[in-house]
Design a protein around this ligand. Sequence first.
Ligand SMILES: Cc1cc2nc3c(=O)[nH]c(=O)nc-3n(C[C@H](O)[C@H](O)[C@H](O)COP(=O)(O)OP(=O)(O)OC[C@H]3O[C@@H](n4cnc5c(N)ncnc54)[C@H](O)[C@@H]3O)c2cc1C
Length: 503
Amino acid sequence: MDSLTRLFHSPPATVAAAPPDCLVIGSGTAGVTAALALVAEGHRVAILEAGPFVLAEHVGSGPFAKQHAVVPQLHDLVRHRTVWTDTAHATEAAAGTLEGNNNAWLAVGGRTLFWGGCTPRFLDGDFADWPYDAASFRPWYERAEALIGASGAGVGGTEDATAPDFIGSSAQTRLLARLIGAGIQAGAPPLGVDTRPVRNGALSRGFDSSVARLLRCPQLGRAADRAPLTLSTECAAIGLRRDGSRIVGVRVQDRRDGSLHDIAARHVVLAGGAVQSTRLCLASGLQELDPLVGHWVGDHLFVQAVMRLPEPLGHHAAYAFIPPRPDRPFHVQMQGMFGETWYSPLDATMWLDGEPDGRYLLYYCFGISRATREAHVAVSEAPAADPLHRYYVVAERTPEDLATLDAMERFTGEVATAIGAELSRMQRHHAGAALHEFGGLRMGRTAANSVTDPDGRFWRIDNLSCMDAAIWPHQGSANSYLTITATALRNAAALSAALREAP
Ligand SMILES: Cc1cc2nc3c(=O)[nH]c(=O)nc-3n(C[C@H](O)[C@H](O)[C@H](O)COP(=O)(O)OP(=O)(O)OC[C@H]3O[C@@H](n4cnc5c(N)ncnc54)[C@H](O)[C@@H]3O)c2cc1C
C-alpha cells in the first residue's frame, strides 16, 4: 500500500467491527456527494471503493494536465475494457468471446479523475418521464453547481461575477460570432471548472473531482479511530446479502489479498456508476425480487467530428456550446484550436492545450436516446478473474434513435458550413461510447413500473438506495455529471430525513 493511501485507508475488518449508519459503494461523484451530505447531517458513513488511490485531484488540475503521453498511462492504471453489444451478439457476449469495445474505470474518485468538465443542465422537458418535475429539481441543480464550483453559461451562479467563463479568448469570440451570424444559437459552455479569482487566501479548485472533495473533508479519518467518514480503498462489494426485505450484510473482497469480509450497515447506498450498481444487484440475485432490475438502460447518441478552417482563429483556446432545443434533441461541444487530431476519451482535457496556429476544431454532438425495456445489463457466464468485470450491456439503436443520429449528422454538416469549415472526419459511435450511461434500477412513482422510488430507495428492500444514474428513467442531451451530482444531493437529503424519522 502506498504511503499516502495509508493515511486514510480503513481495512474492511475494522469497518465491519463498528458498522456505519450508511455504507456507500463507490467513490465517484454520486458516492462522495451522497457520503459528504450524509456526514454533514450527523450520520456515520463508510465508503467502499473497488479501485486504488491514484490521484488526489482531477488530472487536468494538476501537473499532468499537459502531459499528453502520460495521461493515457494514468488511465491504464485503473481502466478495463467492457462490452456493449446488440441482441444479435448477446450469446457471444454472455460466453465472454466478444472483444471489449468500451472503457470503464475503477479508482478512488471514479471517472471524476478524468472527465471532460462539461456541465449543462437537462431542459425542463427532459424530466417528462421522471417522477418529479424540473421546477422541484432546480434547487438541487443550483446546489450541485455551487458544490462543484461550476462556471459559465446557464450556471445558477452566472450573475456572480466571481465565476466568469473559463474560456474567453478572441478565437472563442470569432467562433461564436460565426455560429450566431449563421443563425445557430451558441455560447460558452457551462463547466465544472472553478474560475473564481485566486486571491485573499482562496485558491481555485480547478476541475471538480470527488477525490479532492473527499480528501478536503475534515471528517475523513480511519474506522479504527471511529471517524465519522471512512474510505476503504481496493475493496469491492461483490454481493448484497438479503434477509427478506433487508440487506443484512455486504460481502466485500479486499482486492489486495483476496480476503472476504461481511459489513453490516443500517442502510446501504449504491453509487458504483449506473452499470456497476446494476451489475451488483444482478450478481446478488435482486432480479428474483423484481424482474425490472437490469432493464431500461441507455446511453447518449454520440456523433464525433473534426472540422478544418481555412485559417487559424488567432488564439489556442476556443470552446463553443450549441444548446439543444425541443425540436433538436442534441447539443454540440466544439473545442479548438488544434493541428489535425481526433478526440480520445483517454485524454479528455486535451482541449486545455490547443495550438495558436491550429486550424482544426474537435466536435462532439450528444443526442437523446430513449431507453427500452429490452436494453439491459447482464452478468456474463464466462468466469473472469475480477468479478466486477463479469458483465455486458445489450442496447440496440431504435428507429427513433437512428432518425436522431441522421439529424445529428446533417446538423454537423450545417455547422461546418456556418463557420466556413470543411468537415474532415465524422463518426457515429456505438451505444456506451458516450460514457453517459443510465438505467438498470429505474425509478418511478409505483412499484409496478419501477425498481426504486423517486428518492432512489428500492421499493422491495427497506434499507437499500441508489444515488447514481442507474435510477434515471430517461436523460436529456446534457452530459450526466451535473445531474448525477444533483440527484445524489437530493436523494441523500431524503435518506437522511428518513433515517432520522425511522426508529
Ligand atoms: C473521459 C471522460 C470524459 C467525460 N466527460 C464528461 C463531461 O464533460 N461532462 C459530463 O457530464 N460527464 C462526463 N463524463 C461522464 C462522467 O464522468 C460520469 O457520468 C460520472 O462521473 C459518473 O459518476 P458516478 O459516480 O455515477 O460513477 P463513477 O465515476 O464510475 O464512479 C463509480 C465508482 O464506484 C466504484 N465501484 C463500482 N462498483 C463497485 C463495487 N462493487 N464496489 C466498490 N466500488 C465500486 C468504481 O470503482 C468507481 O470508482 C466523462 C467520463 C469520462 C470517462
